[in-house]
Design a protein around this ligand. Structure first.
Ligand SMILES: Cc1cc2nc3c(=O)[nH]c(=O)nc-3n(C[C@H](O)[C@H](O)[C@H](O)COP(=O)(O)OP(=O)(O)OC[C@H]3O[C@@H](n4cnc5c(N)ncnc54)[C@H](O)[C@@H]3O)c2cc1C
Length: 318
């Protein structure tokens, strides 16, 4: 999935905002059954953007028998990638920078394991130190080193963060960067309670890890509760308890998540409201929460970022 901010700028600039960095695996750490942390290293990471938060990157993954086709290391990479023959066009997938250490020329990415069904999850299961790939990400010296960041709370004093395991790296990075007087809450749905991590959230922001396996035990259902149901219940309960809105729910256009990307992010950085909400995860779950927050509760859409990070049953489209 390429959004408008990832697409190369039409005017050639001296230095691109968002560009390929060739890297190799420096270390692999199994954080839990769900999360694998891969540390990448590369000479050029010295110039990688450090804004953090929900910093999105594109991974250009090797093809069996081909490796990684050569691409220009500037903003023309995407056009060149599109021109490649099918047999040599590497898969591209979207991930979050969990942390970046330019002085050490290192980046960490936390991968969710979901079997061998996609090129990224397949790659991480077999990755070993020294494996190479390409990360397309922000250049600290480019005109917009914040390319690929959607977290824009403006002057809101309270935050709601909600997401599944694929959004956990972004939520953790955002929580650690919040001003120490921030307040609000974060709900992170994960497969198992052992997936919970330290977040470094400010004292006023309550972090709740919702383990699907545990929820299933409580409901005496199968081994896992349906994806998103714990998150939906938690967001509904918190919103009903904590949010009062002056206006009635707004009509919103339906998003066809089978064919389109659910990506609704407010542009404005100042909207004068108290609450800023950021939701990301499986598109069907985020679509349900969008309807609840905007149509049922009446929260202004300019206060909420809704992002479908993946769609159940569908590979990421490039
Ligand atoms: C901005 C952004 C940031 C993201 N950050 C991260 C991150 O830091 N870490 C991370 O792990 N993911 C992250 N994701 C999600 C990741 O891009 C998707 O999960 C992606 O589909 C994985 O690619 P793949 O090659 O493994 O599977 P694909 O080839 O895309 O899909 C193959 C099949 O696997 C299914 N699938 C994909 N992801 C999952 C999953 N998590 N659980 C179960 N089934 C799945 C699909 O529905 C499809 O049926 C992010 C997505 C976005 C848009």
């Amino acid at each position: 999935m390429l959004t408008s901010t990832d697409a190369p700028a039409p005017v050639r600039q001296a230095r691109p905002s968002y560009r390929p960095f060739t890297v190799s695996v420096a270390a692999i750490r199994q954080l839990s059954d769900t999360f694998t942390r891969v540390t990448f290293t590369g000479a050029e990471l010295y110039d990688f953007g450090t804004a953090g938060l929900d910093q999105r990157v594109k991974l250009i993954l090797p093809l069996p028998g081909v490796g990684i086709s050569a691409l220009p290391e500037d903003e023309s990479w995407y056009a060149a990638w599109r021109e490649l023959p099918d047999s040599h066009r590497n898969p591209i997938r979207t991930y979050t920078v969990r942390s970046v250490r330019p002085a050490d020329r290192e980046i960490d990415i936390d991968f969710v394991a979901h079997g061998d069904t996609g090129p990224a999850s397949r790659w991480v299961r077999r990755a070993v130190v020294g494996d190479e790939l390409v990360i397309v990400g922000p250049d600290a010296l480019g005109p917009n080193p914040r390319s690929g960041i959607e977290w824009r709370p403006g002057d809101a004093r309270s935050v709601l963060l909600a997401g599944d395991e694929t959004a956990a790296p972004a939520i953790c990075a955002i929580l650690a960067a919040l001003p120490r007087d921030a307040r609000g809450c974060a709900f992170i749905e994960v497969p198992d309670e052992r997936d919970a991590m330290e977040t470094g959230a400010p004292d006023g922001v309550q972090v709740t890890w919702l383990a699907r396996a545990k929820a299933a035990l409580h409901h005496e259902s199968s081994t896992h509760e349906a994806h998103g149901s714990a998150l939906e219940s938690a967001v509904r309960a918190w919103t009903t308890r904590s949010v009062t809105t002056a206006q009635r729910g707004a009509e919103i256009a339906d998003v066809d998540i089978e064919n389109d990307i659910l990506w609704e992010v407010p542009e404005a950085t100042t909207h004068g409201s108290d609450l800023y909400a950021w939701l990301a995860g499986e598109a069907g779950v985020i679509k349900t929460l969008r309807r609840f927050l905007v149509s049922e509760t009446g929260i202004d859409r300019r206060q909420v970022a809704f992002m479908g990070y993946w769609r159940s049953g569908r590979a990421e489209a490039n």
